[in-house]
Design a protein around this ligand. Structure first.
Ligand code: GDP
Ligand code: MN
Length: 393
């Protein structure tokens, strides 16, 4: 689950990661004007109005504005509310006392799946796209992988100091940056985050550093330890992905991906292999969906409806290896599901193997459904599904 900036800052604050003075969450221009007035009356020279959407690059898109008067706050509030930032329409705005910036750095902690540990990234070049910095000036980006063993008691302060020093942060901020990084790691650990990113981490004129922005992703698998993350659900901010939310409600293992070939298989391992074989055939999978052991008409219908509900899906590859689930049950499930779903434009390519696969294929052929094709091998099915998706695009 991804948090928006002000939620990330709340999470930081309760874990002693320093952030700017608390701002106000607003949903209307009136609320924005009122909040700006209050903060300005409180003696701050400027307030910053920030779009709260689950995407980066808000500044560039006009979603972050510094203002020094209520009139300006109103004017920018009007332009930011309803603004479309990479497909996210702004409904919530955060009005925060502005910070004075001496320098902007970058700092993050994230899961490092490849190395089975945690990755800390720090750079003196912050406030800009860190991937761009990594391409153009890789020496300016320090990356350090930490094993779980190294961090049993938290991130050791000497390691934190090593990282911020290697990133060439100026000597006068090293104490403050070391302390912040130790707390950032503690926050990431305590809250079961998979990512805690600060861009920019700023140096204030008094040489202390604070998180001016916050991007936090929480691990869905740890939701049970945090009351299902209910505290982070708020009006006006979309759940992660509407299809993923629907799948979760129905108990279906589904992850939305970016491609055009819908994928449905039984068993996580087989589904992973299916994504690979789609890629090998030049296609891109639209999703990961594991129907699990069952391939009954109910399960098939619910799963297929979900996959077909994604407007990016141009063809569907159903890949089933029969074990306890027998081929004829799967075929019956597919036939019944397509009947229940009625008309849909996409073609389904079904590959059946394992127990009673031949009988299943024969049933599919006899049913002669106009949008269902049976394939004997995974390779053949993948090639067909990729071709059909390309033709339908
Ligand atoms: P992003 O564009 O979505 O990453 O949004 P950020 O929160 O990182 O803000 C973008 C940029 O706006 C920052 O890099 C700063 O340069 C500027 N900015 C944001 N908040 C403040 C503030 O309180 N004071 C000042 N002076 N600039 C700010
Ligand atoms: Mn940022």
């Amino acid at each position: 689950m991804d948090l928006v900036e002000f939620q990330g800052k709340q999470l930081f604050a309760r874990n002693d990661v320093p952030v700017p003075a608390e701002g106000t969450v607003c949903r209307t221009v009136e609320e924005i004007a009122e909040a700006a007035e209050q903060h300005l009356a409180g003696g701050v020279g400027a307030v910053v109005i920030k779009a709260q959407v689950k995407t980066g690059g808000r500044g560039k898109a006009g979603g972050v504005k510094l203002v020094t008067s209520v009139a300006e706050a109103r004017e920018h509030g009007e332009s930011i509310l309803g603004l479309d930032i990479k497909g996210h329409v702004v409904q919530v705005v955060y009005v925060e006392p502005a910070s004075d910036i001496a320098e902007e750095y970058y700092l993050s902690v994230m899961h490092d799946r490849v190395n089975k540990g945690h990755l800390v990234i720090c750079s003196k070049e912050g406030g800009v796209d860190i991937e761009e910095v990594n391409r153009t000036n890789p020496d300016a980006v320090v990356k350090r992988t930490l094993t779980p063993n190294e961090t049993v008691g938290g991130l050791p302060p000497d390691v934190a100091r090593e990282i911020v020093t290697a990133a060439k942060l100026p000597p006068e901020v090293l104490d403050s940056a070391t302390a912040l990084l130790v707390q950032l790691f503690a926050a990431y650990r305590a809250e079961d985050a998979t990512l805690a990113e600060i861009n920019p981490l700023i140096r204030r004129p008094d040489d202390t550093v604070i998180a001016l922005d916050a991007k936090v992703s929480l691990d869905g698998n740890a939701a049970f330890r945090h009351d299902g993350y209910d505290e982070w659900q708020i009006d006006g901010i979309d759940a992660d992905d509407p299809l993923e939310a629907e799948a979760k409600a129905k108990g279906i293992q589904y992850v939305k991906l970016d491609g055009s070939v819908g994928v449905l298989g039984n068993g996580a391992g087989l589904v992973m292999a299916t994504l690979d074989v789609v890629a090998q055939n030049g296609g891109v999978a639209a999703n990961f969906l594991d129907v699990g052991g069952g391939a009954s008409a109910d399960e098939m219908s619910a799963s297929l409806a979900l996959v077909l509900g994604d407007p990016q899906v141009k063809s569907v590859f159903i890949n089933i290896f029969g074990g306890i689930t027998r081929g004829e049950e799967v075929a019956a499930g597919v036939i019944e599901a397509t009947k229940r779903l009625g008309d849909f434009p996409q073609k389904l390519v079904v590959r059946l193997d394992g127990t009673n696969a031949e009988e299943g294929r024969r049933m599919l052929e006899e049913a002669a459904l106009p949008n269902v094709l049976a394939a004997a091998t995974m390779q053949e099915a993948a090639a067909t599904a990729v071709r059909l998706a390309a033709e339908a695009a």
